[in-house]
Design a protein around this ligand. Structure first.
Ligand code: UDX
Ligand code: UDX
Length: 487
């Protein structure tokens, strides 16, 4: 049910100041582009973390995103501001984005599945306590379970003061990390969900007006709030489902000798299927896919829709299987033991061009190898040493953090990590790994030297001719076929 975009007609709907609660991967880049494209609007991004705000105000931004530095440098101090003055920002803003994180619950009811809406609720409470007058549009940008906007609205209206009016909109984010700036500048669609009342439509119109500074009107879809919220979950579930579908074919390819890249190319040529998101891998990661699917599963289970819940959950089941399968293959090829063997993990981010490690396949792979007592030499061009150690020491990953200290070293280059190692394991598809001097690498490694390419980015024939033993996803090499027969 898509209704036409409204142009605001009331003076009270003119947006002069925008504030965003949460200066994270979503709030930061989104507001930076908004400021860049809307010089007539003042944009203030606030966060409860002083450290994060200090970083946004420094020369080294807290997140790595190609193109972001230039945009921030151009607008910061003019119409883009980063601050911890949350109350002032809320009071002065005409429109408030809620862009705080919504992690999966790790406790209580819905543990491991439902989204923890604690921060979203706190944000709504902050808003209602702070706002003293005027018409405020509150925009839910965090990915939330369907009907969260209704909860926000209930909180806002429960304590609403005289002379204050709120409208709540859903405006889900579709940017992907590593290409956030391009995704924001050239969005395929902008989705705005809101109440289908005259005031709701005016609020939708006001937010559309902001986007119309750079997005063509026909790409701005407006609909009811619930449809908008569900569309975000569904979009991520569909994308993840494609990856699990192609990954589900990889063991079949490895067993039978087919090449999954050829299969992906062939199916992707069918325009009804399309070629994107058919890249077989060691498993998808990131802050959204798993969390959003678990959310969808949880909602379905809560509604008694067991078959639907099981269907979407299988996307996660295949992803877990894929990560586990790859690490088992490493152990198997390294003569069924990796105890005390040095294994180089190349790439720790959940994909290239980001320093984000949330749900990265590398974390799970490292866990499996640590469980087998392997010594891990890890290198990632953009992930901090401390981040890697924190991820591996998390109680969900390691019951005994002293094992991490004993088994893991972090390195400054791929060669440093590769020195004296039995195997290289490519976990992230960083371009610099493709350009490595593999002859040099071969010389400094133990023999036989193995490469496990979890991203299918290397020239495998060239590696074999150097002398490497090579394994990748969804393809079997003759050498490994012979070797497997030995077991
Ligand atoms: C976003 C979305 O909001 C999330 O729902 C989606 O699924 C993933 O992307 P993201 O921007 O990646 O989250 O999260 P994060 O980078 O952790 O940033 C959230 C920020 O909000 C943090 O800087 C945190 O300090 C801040 N925050 C959190 C507050 O300012 N107040 C709070 O109460 C909670
Ligand atoms: C995703 C959605 O793409 C974006 O629209 C949404 O707003 C947030 O969630 P993001 O998680 O940043 O974005 O990255 P994405 O490029 O979708 O990759 C997610 C994971 O899937 C990565 O680990 C990536 O390596 C993996 N992937 C992606 C594959 O394994 N194969 C593919 O073909 C594509």
């Amino acid at each position: 049910m898509i209704s036409p975009v409204f142009t605001p007609t009331c003076a009270e709907m003119t947006i002069k100041k925008v504030c965003c609660l949460g200066a994270g991967y979503v709030g930061g880049p989104t507001c930076s582009i908004m400021a860049y494209k809307c010089p007539d609007i003042q944009v203030i991004v606030v966060d409860k973390s002083k450290q994060r705000i200090d970083e946004w105000n420094s020369d080294v931004l807290p997140i790595y995103e190609p193109g972001l530095d230039e945009v921030v440098k151009q607008c910061r101090g003019k119409n883009l501001h980063f601050s911890t003055e949350i109350e002032t920002a809320i009071k002065e803003a005409d429109l408030i984005f809620i862009s705080v994180n919504t992690p999966t619950k790790t406790f209580g009811y819905g543990k491991g599945k439902a989204a923890d809406l604690k921060y979203v609720e706190l944000a709504a409470r902050d808003i209602v306590e702070t706002v003293e007058s005027g018409f405020k549009i509150v925009v839910e940008k965090s990915t939330v379970p369907v009907k969260a906007a209704e909860s926000i609205s209930t909180i806002l209206h429960s304590k609403q003061k005289a002379g204050v009016e709120f409208q709540v909109l859903s405006n889900p984010e579709f940017l992907a990390e590593g290409s956030a700036i391009t995704d924001l500048l050239h969005a395929e669609r902008v989705l705005i969900g809101g109440e289908q009342s005259p005031k709701g439509k005016l609020a939708i119109g006001a937010l559309s007006w902001i986007y119309q500074h750079w997005i063509p009107e026909e790409k701005i879809l407006t609909m009811d709030t619930w449809s908008s919220e569900l569309s975000k979950l569904a979009a991520n579930a569909f994308l993840a489902q494609r990856i699990s579908s192609i990954n589900a074919l990889t063991p079949l390819c490895e067993e039978t000798g087919a090449d999954v890249s050829e299969v992906a190319k062939a199916i992707g040529k069918d325009s009804r299927i399309g070629s994107k998101f058919l890249q077989a891998s060691v498993g998808f990661g990131g802050s959204c896919f798993q969390k959003d699917i678990l959310n969808l599963v949880y909602i379905c289970e809560s509604l008694g829709l067991q078959e639907v819940a099981a269907y979407w959950n299988s996307v996660i089941v295949i992803n877990d299987y894929q990560k586990r399968r790859f690490s088992l293959r490493i152990v198997h090829r390294l003569f069924n033991t990796v105890t005390d063997k040095r294994i180089s993990i190349l790439g720790f981010a959940f994909k290239k061009n980001t320093g984000d490690t949330r749900e990265s396949a590398a974390i799970h792979l490292s866990k499996h190898l640590m469980d087998e007592n392997a010594k891990l030499a890890i290198y990632d061009p953009k992930v901090d040493k401390q981040q890697i150690l924190d991820d591996l020491s998390h109680p969900y990953i390691s019951e005994d953090p002293s094992r991490v200290a004993r088994l893991v070293t972090i390195h400054q280059s791929a060669y440093e990590a590769g020195q004296g190692s039995h195997a290289l394991v490519i976990c992230t598809e960083w371009d610099e790994f493709v350009k490595l001097d593999f002859r040099r690498m071969y010389e400094i490694m133990e023999k036989p030297a193995f490469v496990f390419d979890g991203r299918k980015i290397l020239d495998h024939e060239a590696l074999i001719s150097i002398g490497f033993e090579v394994e990748t996803i969804g393809k079997r090499f003759n050498q490994s076929a012979n070797r497997l027969d030995d077991f």
